[in-house]
Design a protein around this ligand. Sequence first.
Ligand code: TRP
Length: 330
Amino acid sequence: METVLSGIRSTGNLHLGNYFGAIKNFIKMQYEHNCYFFIADYHSLTTHPTPADLHSNVKQVLTEYLAAGLDPEKATIYVQSDLPEIAELYLLLNMNAYIGELERTTSFKDKVRKQPENVNAGLLTYPVLMAADIIIHHASKVPVGKDQEQNLEMARKFAKRFNHMYKIKYFTEPQAFNFNEELVKIPGLDGTGKMGKSDGNGIYLADSDKAIRKKVMRAVTDSGPSEPNSAFTEPISNLFALMNVVSEQSTIEHFKNSYAECSIRYGDLKKQLAEDIIKFVSPIRARIEDISHNDEYLSKVAKMGAEKARVNASKTIKEVREIIGFRKFY
Ligand code: TRP
């Protein structure tokens, strides 16, 4: 059994792309591995949220992940800032992280370009904090998307460097968890590209029926197939990709056939797609509603997760302090 760990950004409502791209796999993994899922609220400080936003973002993300199906009895689900041990390991790892290598990471260079007015040291050392998150639990596998591969590479580097420096095989070098063909990319509704929160092309797990219908009915299409059996254009193939995850096989076949025969009416397809998305989303949305009003449950979950995670984290910190050479005088 692998120790699998993933950090979750603490901003943004979950959309169908998040669900079918990552969460569905998290839900499966939690029954097969020793899983740690945490909300990365320390990391979110690089964007300077207000105290009220910081808390409400964490609450919302925790709520939506639980509503989507993360099981606190199976996985260890916690809030990063509930583990001050992570901050301590971050401090210690920073001593062996070099400015040059941190400046060279693509995500840092991106930030420098995009927000020159806020290039804080937290952004520079973001990969060090992420390494601390991972290696504090000796996680062997981290399910990450393409955009996080370099950060994971850095985590391996810092783990290896520590081991080398103290001549001990202590930290595990984390590897990417490969979903292989299970990774489903969910396209957006604007005809091109994938579903993403920034593009405003997404359907959220918390969206109302009305909002879902409106968004789907507005989705980009084309002028229709010009001859029998023609290939899908991108906007149409995107609508079918959505159908593939929410609709019955017979529904999909029906619309594929009518497309092939040039008798398809996109309005009908969208109506059906909207209803099938609603059928999928509505139980999750109901649970979001329930959990968000159940502070007692949220507090129980967060406390349980923090307690479980801290057992490991404090053991690691104790050992790391010994390895480094801190000795108490009292
Ligand atoms: N950087 C990740 C993201 O932006 C979030 C994250 C923080 C993370 N710490 C992590 C992911 C540790 C995996 C492991 O999505």
